[in-house]
Design a protein around this ligand. Structure first.
Ligand SMILES: Nc1ncnc2c1ncn2[C@@H]1O[C@H](COP(=O)(O)OP(=O)(O)OP(=O)(O)O)[C@@H](O)[C@H]1O
Ligand SMILES: [Mg+2]
Length: 221
């Protein structure tokens, strides 16, 4: 098995006024390259927390995450930022587009941050998701489902190794939703590793593996 991620004894504890919340409790999990993996679980079970830890947007309380042979939780911030930009693509749970930039500029943004505009590929990605006609619009004037597709295109602009998608189909209707699941399955068959959080059990029809997150544990279903 070509493991792209090896998660070992990962623990995340939050401390607040009411005491400690053990959101992820000593979880271990191997992720194979080129798979479409789905995580399902109740609200508050730690799904976003897990994706944010893998994507280096948050720090763990304990454990390790090996990515291509390196423990990424122990890297210095500069290296983490570099990895985030070039190896990971993010689709966030809540709207994260820049309202003062056009759709096309939003998709291009991670390329620009990396140092080089890639408007040609940005357009191709918009076309792939059926929204190239929106290229010059501003995000506040497009629908929620359209925004989600822009966010997916943006996540793919730098050719990531891993796509982390947190409820990417929340605002989409049935047909659009299934199209995204199909796109993710296809991208995975071409070598991208896709980790997706969803409440939609229909995703299981398209995924290679499904996991349930509950009570701090992650179990294969
Ligand atoms: N910064 C924080 N400080 C304290 N507790 C937090 C913090 N962030 C998240 N939590 C708590 O951790 C738990 C897991 O949150 P998380 O956002 O990972 O859940 P989720 O499974 O993504 O839920 P949803 O389906 O509603 O998006 C929740 O109980 C939440 O209240
Ligand atoms: Mg969440």
């Amino acid at each position: 098995m070509d493991k792209i991620l090896e998660i070992k004894n990962l623990t995340k504890i939050y401390n607040d006024a009411g005491g400690e919340i053990r959101v992820l409790d000593d979880i271990s999990l191997d992720i194979e390259r080129g798979k479409f993996i789905v995580f399902i679980g109740p609200s508050g079970s730690g799904k976003s927390t897990l994706l944010n830890l893998i994507g280096l947007l948050d720090t763990a309380t304990g454990g390790s995450i090996m990515f291509e042979g390196k423990d990424i939780l122990r890297l210095k911030e500069e290296k983490r930022a570099k990895l985030r930009l070039s190896k990971f693509g993010f689709v966030f749970q809540f709207d994260s587009l820049m309202p003062d930039f056009t759709v096309l500029e939003n998709v291009n943004l991670p390329a620009l941050i990396k140092g080089k505009n890639n408007f040609g590929y940005a357009r191709k990605l918009l076309a792939k998701f059926g929204i190239v006609a929106l290229a010059d619009k501003m995000p506040p004037s497009i629908s929620g489902g359209e925004k989600q597709r822009v966010a997916i295109a943006r996540a793919l602009i730098n050719g990531p190794k891993i796509l982390l998608a947190d409820e990417p189909t929340g605002n989409l209707d049935g047909e659009r939703k299934e199209q995204i699941f199909k796109d993710f399955a296809l991208a995975a068959s071409e070598g991208l590793t896709v980790l997706m959080v969803t409440h939609d059990i229909k995703a299981a029809d398209y995924a290679d593996e499904c996991y349930k997150i509950a009570d701090g544990k992650v179990n294969r279903i």
